[in-house]
Design a protein. Sequence first.
Length: 289
Amino acid sequence: MDPHELSMTFEEHRPRLLAVATRALGSRADAEDAVQETWLRLQRHQGEGIDNLGGWLTRVIGRICIDSLRSRTARAESPFGDRETDPVVTEDVDGPEDAALAAESVGLALVVVLESLGPEERLAFVLHDVFAVPFAEIGQIVGRSADAAKMLASRARRKVQDQPLPTEERRQRREVVDAFLAAARGGDFDALLKVLHPDVAWYRHTAHGHTVRMGANELLAEVRRGDPARAEARRVNVNGRPGILAWAAASGRPIALISCTVAEERIVRIDSIVDAARLNRMDLPPRHP
């Protein structure tokens, strides 16, 4: 196939490929990398002997996504972002920019639930239930039979149905985050328990890597060890979700950025960055609005 014709044909498929990769990986940057890798493989192949280009491209990007998901699992990677992709932090107001971020967040709300799935389950569910890819093709991508791929998607579907989806109403999410912030400031541990899901997951990113803790009691123990007087904090918008930014009271330097995932009027997940160097290089709102 002529290189120009190959490029034009690929561009026709790009939006769908990007949508598949974004849903599967939960990161626009990772999705764009996957699409670019798909293009490079098509270039090497030169389009020769491909009867169904759309199906071929879906299989290729699916395999790229499954490799990426498996690699994440091996590294215990958190989807909050890596050192090269910092979150977008803005004032939590109803301006056009924040509305756009919120719309994207709602559109990707399912990704929060997909994080609980294994790589094969996640990809099988996304490809079949979201993009109607046949199980025979999914099986080729994940290295299973068509029946096994169907079982993967079915198991993933049950898990998704059992997981609470993030609340879409921004006002409700803000109220929950505000209640968490007020309870933490006042040391009101009973109030904290009311806004934390018992099995809340806490991803903590430091200069040395990240850790994952589970359960409200783990989070409460950390709050008990802290001194509210040594920090100032207020609500901000983190990648379209309500979050909290904290500064050291004495120096005014940012010390923590927190993103909260809210479902059924409780916080089900907290992601925090406490890496001082990373926070200092980020474009953050001022200490006082």
